[in-house]
Design a binder for this molecule. Structure first.
Ligand SMILES: Cc1ncc(COP(=O)(O)O)c(C=O)c1O
Ligand SMILES: N[C@@H](CCCC[NH3+])C(=O)O
Length: 441
């Protein structure tokens, strides 16, 4: 077993996370259950920040809260001195409800509504990451009308093709995100923004994709940004105070994944910025901001499921069904994502059979793991699926009217419920009954 963070196998053969026995957690909170090892989140947050400190850089590390959004994780991010990236009114509302300092909130999104912009301006958030020219015009207009100003970063698409799944690529030219560098959109937006009396252009943003395993994509993106900065400096007399280089740092889901240490990506970014700054004598090196999501919370999360029915097709495969599935983790169905797992109540036992783990949703594609070696699985075993902390709960749905799981944080043997399990009543809470027409036949 590859142990993430504080994971270990206890003398009773159970998997422990954060000093808590997963079998006890399952008994107390039920399954499916998301368990987060919060000391691993803290370790990652500090790791990123330490590189900047060691390199004497001014920085912000913003947690991309889309990876896992709830009040408690935002409070944890706040405790660790992180900033916060939100992409919707809902994520912003969660952050404000969590008491997250608005000045450290960055608002993303390729289609911010007028209401969302007004909400964020009223909350006095730190900055808007402007994604397109339409947004820039809308933000300008609302700022003028309400007599407030806004700090902005311009999100540009540098035209980099990072090596990752097509659906999570974001930096290439043909993308819905960002102002295009090659065709002049980015420069047009800057011209407009620097002429505005109500917008303050902090700098540039780019994000090249997610689950990236190499530093080359990031350094190439920085090189492209600096070509743009050179043009902006000489032609528009504009030099950025901030370079936000996005997130996207890969993590290890299975042994097929070979990510670098999170800090290695950041060090490579800093080195490249320093190299590029050699051509700008007399200018102050911009602050570097990053916004990791997956690499802060991904491997800190484990999902616990109870095993149920099995179907053996001799010579083909054995399906083992669990009490959750694509409703709590859509990633295998959406991206063919692979996961590793163990039987948490018999974690020390040797694997003796190959099975495939099926979700309980009404879709043949609801398969969580294909062909995994486990000890002989019995009914009501506890399956722990590793590395589900990012884009698991946050992408959960109520498909088949499944109830979203509970989430617990564990640290130093202490477990804390941070999202309660949904109930049947929650499922129908928004439903309104059909209006009956009186039958006059
Ligand atoms: C703009 C932006 N920033 C940050 C992230 C976080 O990415 P990751 O979770 O891969 O670190 C994303 C998601 O890909 C993103 O779109
Ligand atoms: N949700 C995706 C990543 C998207 C990142 C957000 N821009 C995943 O699970 O890998």
């Amino acid at each position: 077993m590859h142990a993430y963070g504080t994971m270990n196998i206890g003398e009773n053969g159970h998997l422990y996370i954060g000093g808590a026995d997963t079998a006890e957690l399952a008994a107390q909170y039920g399954t499916p259950l998301y368990v987060y090892d919060t000391s691993l989140i803290r370790e990652r947050a500090r790791g990123f920040q330490n590189v900047f400190k060691e390199e004497g850089m001014r920085y912000q590390v913003a947690y991309a809260s889309k990876a896992f959004s709830c009040m408690a994780v935002m409070q944890l991010a706040e405790e660790e001195g992180l900033s916060l990236d939100v992409v919707s009114g809902g994520e912003l509302h969660t952050a404000l409800s969590a008491g997250f300092p608005p000045a450290r909130i960055h608002f993303h999104g390729n289609n911010k509504s007028e209401e969302e912009i007004r909400f964020a301006l009223k909350a006095e958030i730190g900055c808007f990451v402007v994604d397109n020219e339409d947004e820039l015009y809308l933000l300008e207009e609302i700022c003028r009308e309400t007599g407030v100003s806004a700090s902005v970063l311009l999100r540009v698409t540098p035209g980099i093709e990072a090596h990752t799944h097509d659906y999570i690529l974001t930096g290439q030219e043909d993308s819905k995100f960002g102002l295009d560098v090659q065709n002049g959109q980015a420069t047009r937006a800057l011209q407009k923004a620097i002429q505005s009396e109500v917008l303050h252009v902090l700098g540039i943003h780019c994000h090249i994709g997610s689950q990236i395993f190499e530093t080359a994509g990031f350094t190439m993106a920085i090189q492209t940004l600096f070509q743009l900065i050179k043009e902006w400096d000489s032609e528009l007399d504009y030099f950025p105070k901030v370079l936000n280089l996005g997130g996207g740092f890969g993590i290890r889901y299975t042994e097929e994944d070979t990510p670098l240490a999170p800090e290695t990506y950041v060090k490579a970014m800093i080195d490249e910025v320093k190299v590029q700054m050699k051509s700008f004598s007399g200018k102050t090196t911009p602050e570097i901001w990053i916004e990791p999501g997956r690499s802060l919370v991904g491997d800190a999360g484990t999902t616990l499921y109870k095993t149920g029915t099995q179907k053996d097709i001799p010579g083909i495969r054995r399906y083992v069904s669990i009490d959750g599935g694509m409703s709590d983790n859509i990633r295998p169905a959406l991206y063919q994502a692979k996961y590793d797992a163990v039987l948490a109540n018999r974690a020390a036992e040797k694997a003796s059979q190959e099975v495939s783990i099926a979700g309980k949703c009404c879709e043949s594609g609801d398969m969580l793991i294909w062909d995994i070696k486990l000890p002989e699985v019995r009914k009501d075993d506890l399956l722990a699926v590793f590395c589900t902390g990012a884009y698991g709960y946050s992408m959960a749905s109520n498909y088949n009217r499944m109830m979203k799981p509970a989430v617990v944080f564990v640290e130093n043997g202490d477990a804390q419920l941070v999202i309660r399990r949904e109930t049947f009543e929650d499922l129908t809470a928004q439903d309104l009954p059909l209006r009956r027409h009186s039958m006059s036949r």
